[in-house]
Design a protein around this ligand. Structure first.
Ligand code: FES
Length: 166
């Protein structure tokens, strides 16, 4: 498994915080998802070996918590806030627009692997609702029209980066 050196370092450090190794399952899953974007079977086996558990023990945790993704995310990750201020300001409509624009369902990745659209909880910018985090960039006051503009930009960038057919 290809983890960043800093993730490996944090994993080793986190394990020392728990008298019983298996208690580190949840934090390890979070650290790895943060690094590689999803939890593969290989990750489950790796964590099990690391914490001296059976893979089924880790698998049960992964399937219990809805925040763990079992499939890779797209190259662009669109996270629409659905907490109160954003919900009241049209966050759900914004999310629908992104889904339509990329032809994806919530939590799914577009067929070309380019975009994943998800709901998230408060992004701490409630005064500029509805708010959307795309990769590491916060976009404020994203109504449907702005969502369409952003989607067009993402599509144009993807087309520019697509390999040229010969
Ligand atoms: S409610 Fe959306 S940023 Fe706080």
């Amino acid at each position: 498994m290809n983890l960043k050196p800093e993730t490996l370092q944090r994993i080793d450090e986190v394990i020392t915080h728990y008298p019983v190794k298996r208690s580190a399952t949840l934090p390890l899953l979070h650290l790895i998802q943060e690094d590689v974007g999803f939890i593969s079977d290989e990750t489950i086996e790796w964590i099990a070996a690391k914490l001296e558990l059976q893979p089924i023990n880790v698998y049960e945790v992964v399937t219990f918590y809805p925040m763990f993704r079992r499939k890779p995310i797209g190259r662009r990750h669109i996270k629409v806030c659905r907490t109160l201020s954003c919900a009241l300001s049209g966050g759900y409509k914004t999310c629908e627009t992104f889904k339509e624009q990329f032809g994806v369902e919530l939590g799914e990745t577009s067929a070309d692997g380019e975009v994943t659209v998800e709901f998230v909880e408060c992004l701490a910018s409630c005064g500029t609702a509805p708010v959307v985090l795309i990769d590491d960039d916060l976009h404020e006051k994203v109504d449907s029209a702005k969502a369409r503009e952003i989607a067009a930009k993402i599509k144009a960038e993807a087309a520019k980066n697509a390999p040229v057919a010969r």
